[in-house]
Design a protein around this ligand. Sequence first.
Ligand code: 6GU
Length: 239
Amino acid sequence: MRIDVLTIFPEYLAPLSQSLLGKATARGLVSIGVHDLRQWTDDVHRTVDDSPYGGGPGMVMRAEPWGRALESVRLPGARLVVPTPAGRPFTQQVAARWATEPALVFACGRYEGIDQRVADWAAEAGPVEEVSIGDYVLAGGESAVLVMVEAVTRLLPGVVGNAESVEFDSHADGLLEGPSYTRPASWRGHDVPPVLLSGDHAGIARWRREQSLRRTAQRRPDLVAQLDSASLTAAEQLV
Ligand code: 6GU
């Protein structure tokens, strides 16, 4: 997968070349480009923003540098992602869908966002999604891009060593993952649930499923309400 990030703070994206992703890059599973939007400005002050039409606080990113940047960086048809608190929610399902694409371009806005005509114009050349990573406001899209790139790239074949660890993740089936334990079996008066030491694999699977449902009901009742009947057994639908 090819990933390009356009930003006025390229140093902010340094973590993309480290740790898990650095290895995936070295192994040729993903390649990442980070580009300074100011490359595509045309004035001595390298201006990227201006005051909003209609008045109001803050500054808006100007369309011209963004237009030239996208013409230079975006491959034909590549999905353009615009992080914004006004976007549709970024979820595990969205991450899984993006993980099947050959290329993604992220356009990081600062200030009060990017002139809306950039996304409108970009939609003429390929898919565009304005997305939010949660119900709070960040100063810019850069940290949201770090979050989204990590969520997407760990789903690419070969990036995470154990494919099962991805399959059983929280959210993979619409539920939260239950608790995990390792040695010792007893620690400071707290014992590992005995079923996990029983060797009864069917019993362990049932227990984990119950823990997952219980935790989701307690912590995320909104997720339980969204579950489709296909993801619950007949017995679970009666609870
Ligand atoms: Cl994607 N961007 C910004 N600037 N703030 C956010 C966000 C994104 N998601 C939640 N808040």
